[in-house]
Design a protein around this ligand. Sequence first.
Ligand code: GLP
Length: 246
Amino acid sequence: MSGPRVEILDSATDVAERAAARIAAACAAPSPVLGLATGRTPLAVYAALRERIAPGGLRLDHATFFNLDEYAGLPPGHPASFASYMRRELFDPASVPEGRWHLPDGNGGPAEADGYEAAIAAAGGIGLQLLGIGRNGHVGFNEPGAAHDSRTRRVRLTEQTRQANAPDFPAGTPVPEHAVTMGIGTILEAREILLLATGAAKAEALAAALEGPVTEAVPASALQRHPRVTVLCDVAAGRNLRRMAA
Ligand code: GLP
């Protein structure tokens, strides 16, 4: 069957280990360019990568990284920003130098968004893009209704997404209402995509994305049109899928 290749693994730990192995393999290339994601799902992947980083072992300091998205309206260095998350979870522990990791400018306008696209292109495009999926099928911060040819731009977050991400913010600090995200069109230009989904809360979104119609109502359904997508999910997230791992 064409379309995404789905691997249903026993546990979220297995998903993280498999994803870390795939990322490590991609980083064995001379000048790897990776697209990364934030959220709770990839935390275990970054932990697994940190464990692999060792002298003579895995190195990430020669790779170039582009993250999917960043909140709007947060001051630089805010602990809940995706830049802080990435520094904490991967870039600092992996000694990735500044200048080799990039996130969209959450406070930038159209010129900065276009500049982000240009930087990805100048790096030779993204080789491997890591993705999570929101409960409403969003990827990056491309909420339902996002055009499948959309590019990096400022977007408004849904109430559902803001509530889902509220635990990442200190009590009393509201989740921003806007963000800047790579578009679906940007994401689809990655040469290979690794979509991760763990936990029962993602089961419905994953089934809609992989087995439902390709529709702007489910942003992740656009991945059905990409020739090289691997989905790594645990049994809880995969439980609504009709098809099983090949
Ligand atoms: C977030 C991010 C996405 C992420 C998704 C799921 O808001 N912008 O990149 O994939 O929501 O997050 P989680 O893994 O925490 O469920």
